[in-house]
Design a protein around this ligand. Structure first.
Ligand SMILES: [Zn+2]
Length: 343
């Protein structure tokens, strides 16, 4: 089969490799789509992955072969990824539960022989897939995983009806979140975004004001718009050098900063500017999403209550993956939002 193999920092090459054989409890799937995730871009550009690995986890496909012991799925069924292999299935807030493990993204991402879905086929354990209901298109199915991240982060923000909300950064996950926050009854949604394509989409999806932080002082502007208080909740989705600091400066006293940005480099924090505001800062990734978040996200796709497809701007073949990764690393200079690979 053809697959995009990670060779070294910044290099993916499409190669012919053996099609995997499904092991006990696994099914082999022909991949229909695999979304390009921000973490794939990080793994690629910082080289935090073992050479020879295949990236790509936001996939859906059709079962072509059953491994031994598989009785609850059959050949020809449409399926999508359902729950990451490293997600501890522990209810949130249960610190002393022995099922809790220490999670280190460097170790997770650099684990040898990761076989992802930037390939024609993927072998997947049946415990980590689910059938795609008829209401969900293949394109939407490939958005389930980032939608889970969005749902989880919105829920962590503890949003209450008529709270004001700000987003620092409006990438694909934030664009899902904006829709959810709007549905949840936010009083106003303010967005800071440097890419004009992302800014336009954030506006189209219901944001009240979208600012370009390179041209405007977003803290002064948003604090003014919120009657001098600042927003109740700030979602930090940008992972810039100063954006977490900015989120903490911006949020209302005793407000909550929910940070789902993934930082690959040290960042700047100047607590003297904001520690007396006593913000609550909560970090999240899809690594702490719960089985319930996955259930909700699947339901959201069935009801189409968040339009995930409106954020998909490009579908590319495997042969374009290297140049597309390079382009996505510079979001300001292109119009791409969410990109799906069709191997
Ligand atoms: Zn992802």
């Amino acid at each position: 089969m053809k697959a995009a193999v990670f060779k070294e920092k910044g290099v993916l090459t499409v190669e012919e490799i053996p099609t995997p054989e499904p092991k006990f409890g696994e099914v082999l799937c022909r991949v229909k789509y695999c979304g390009i995730c921000g973490t794939d871009l990080h793994n690629y550009s910082y080289g935090i992955t073992a050479p020879g690995s295949i990236l790509g986890h936001e996939w859906c496909g059709v079962i072509t072969k059953l491994g031994e012991g598989v009785e609850d799925f059959s050949v020809g069924e449409r399926v999508m990824l359902y729950k990451h292999p490293w997600v501890p299935l522990v209810p949130p807030g249960k610190r002393n539960d022995p099922r809790n493990i220490r999670l280190n993204p460097r170790a997770i991402y650099s684990a040898p022989s990761r076989m992802g879905a930037y390939a024609e086929y993927i072998a997947a354990p049946t415990t980590r897939i689910t059938r795609i209901p008829d209401e969900i298109t293949d394109e939407a199915a490939a958005c389930l995983e980032p939608l889970v991240a969005a749902i989880h982060a919105v829920r962590l923000g503890n949003l209450k009806v008529s709270d004001t909300v700000a987003f620092i950064g409006a990438g694909p996950i934030a664009l899902f979140m904006i829709q959810r926050v709007k549905q949840a009854g936010a009083r106003a949604i303010y967005v800071s975004e440097i890419s004009s394509a992302r800014a336009a989409k954030a506006e189209e999806l219901g944001s009240d004001r979208v600012f370009n932080p390179l041209k405007e002082d977003i803290i002064t502007e948003i604090v003014k718009l919120t009657g001098g208080r600042g927003p109740d909740i700030v979602y930090e989705c940008a992972a810039g050098k100063n954006t977490l600091n900015q989120a903490c400066q911006l949020v209302a006293r005793n407000g909550r900063v929910t940070c789902l940005a993934v930082y690959q480099e040290p960042i700047l924090l100047e607590p003297l500017d904001w520690y007396m505001m006593q913000p609550e800062i909560k970090f999240t990734t899809n690594g702490d999403s719960t089985p319930f978040d996955w259930e909700i996200a699947k339901e959201v796709l069935c009801q189409n209550s968040i339009d995930v497809e409106t954020v998909i701007t490009n579908v590319i073949p495997l042969s374009k993956i290297q140049e597309t990764f390079q382009a996505l690393l510079k979001p300001v200079t292109n119009d791409m939002l969410r990109v799906l690979v069709k191997p």
